[in-house]
Design a protein around this ligand. Structure first.
Ligand SMILES: [Zn+2]
Length: 388
């Protein structure tokens, strides 16, 4: 009798309403944590690329910055060596993994390019760690699809900064390797960390790797592909180091002949740590950065979504354009990813054409580049390898 009454009181205690409520909330929290954790882990799954038959070999950034070996900052480098000697070119996509036109342009090049003269190094995910997370409080999707004739391929949409799991904590103020004082979070922004530090934090080691690559591989011309919000003044722009001033002017003329409007921006001499400044200053080469206008990057956008990234359509931006608040034309058709990628490709082609005019002793002969009109009108997927 005594045992029975104890059991009964235990049961009674367990089934009290507040215990039940607590238990339910605990289980609910577990389910949320589990499903959120599963989604977060998906961002660690690498994007699969299918290099063209013109690929000579794949190297890694750790070959130039050994401190990156087995770290989340190491990233593949796709090397296309021509049959004949010529200029050596470096192309970076994914310096900022939330600027998909830069990343996807370098994917298109990797999956199509053939080189006859010269040597091209392509790095689609320059900040590899930045692809493994996305920005808190932004509600951005983790991936976006591109339609190929054989089905959809998905690509990650990461963060502007290195993953804090890989580099933490941020200092309050950050003195970058070029001596510029910046906000602490900028210690995780690859495009503020040049020329890098051999044994510095993860982002500095990544920057150091690219700076070493430029020196060791005798790079003649380097290019960093980006995007920015339409309300930011430097969009549809070619930013150039003064060593590439003449080349930039030729490129602009070449683009104007195709009715493509770009603006030229000289790399500010006092803003230190950026790719176009330090590659030019320390590397001694003409360095360029291209910017397209991306609404999913902007502060005026409506609901973030994978469709917004790909279609580039947003009513708020149509309104902002009517109010004269943007630095690019913008209407109901938006600025789709295919147009942004096509512009990067056209600018790259104009740059290499101008290079050949100015430096015929170091030629660059590239084949199989996706043409501007076809990418703009028929889409990126036409030039992507089929999904598995
Ligand atoms: Zn950027």
């Amino acid at each position: 009798m005594k045992i029975y009454s104890t059991e009964k009181s235990l049961r009674q205690r367990l089934f009290r309403p507040h215990i039940l409520r607590g238990g339910f909330l605990f289980l609910f929290t577990l389910v949320i944590c589990f499903s959120a954790g599963k989604t977060f882990l998906l961002l660690r799954k690498a994007d699969v690329l299918y290099p063209s038959g013109g690929l000579s070999r794949i190297s890694h950034l750790s070959a130039y910055s050994p401190a990156l070996e087995n770290s989340p900052g190491d990233t593949p480098i796709y090397i296309f060596q021509g049959e004949e000697e010529g200029a050596n070119v470096l192309i970076l996509g994914g310096t900022h993994p939330n600027e998909p036109a830069g990343f996807i342009t370098s994917v298109l090049l990797t999956e199509n390019l053939k080189v006859k003269r010269g040597k091209v190094f392509i790095v689609p995910q320059a900040n590899h760690s930045g692809f493994s997370h996305n920005d808190p409080f932004e509600a951005n999707p983790q991936r976006f699809p591109l339609q190929t004739p054989q089905g959809k391929r998905w690509f990650r949409y990461g963060s502007r900064l290195t993953n804090p799991i890989h580099q933490w904590p941020d200092p309050i103020l950050y003195a970058n390797p070029a001596g510029q004082m910046l906000a602490g979070t900028e210690s995780r922004n690859l495009n503020r960390n040049y020329p890098g530090r051999e044994k510095g934090n993860l982002t500095e080691r990544i920057a150091w790797g690219f700076q070493r690559l430029i020196a060791q591989e005798k790079i003649d011309l380097a290019l960093d592909l980006h995007e920015a919000a339409p309300e930011y003044p430097v969009v549809n722009a070619i930013v150039f180091h003064e060593r590439g001033g003449e080349l930039a002017a030729w490129t602009l003329m070449e683009l104007q002949m195709q009715d493509l409007v770009f603006r030229l921006e000289e790399s500010p001499r006092t803003l230190r740590g950026l790719s176009h400044r330090e590659w030019g200053d320390s590397g001694g080469i003409p360095a360029f950065l291209f910017e397209t206008a991306n609404v999913s990057h902007g502060r005026l956008k409506g609901k973030p979504s994978a469709d917004l990234i790909v279609s580039g359509k947003d009513k708020n931006y149509v309104r902002a354009a009517r109010m004269g608040r943007l630095f690019v034309p913008f209407d109901e058709n938006g600025i789709p990813l295919r147009l942004r990628v096509a512009r990067h490709l056209a600018a790259f082609q104009a740059l290499t054409g101008s290079w050949n005019e100015l430096f015929p002793e170091k030629p660059l002969e590239l084949h199989n580049l996706p043409p501007f009109e076809q990418v703009r009108d028929q889409g990126i997927g036409l030039f992507l390898h089929a999904p598995d």
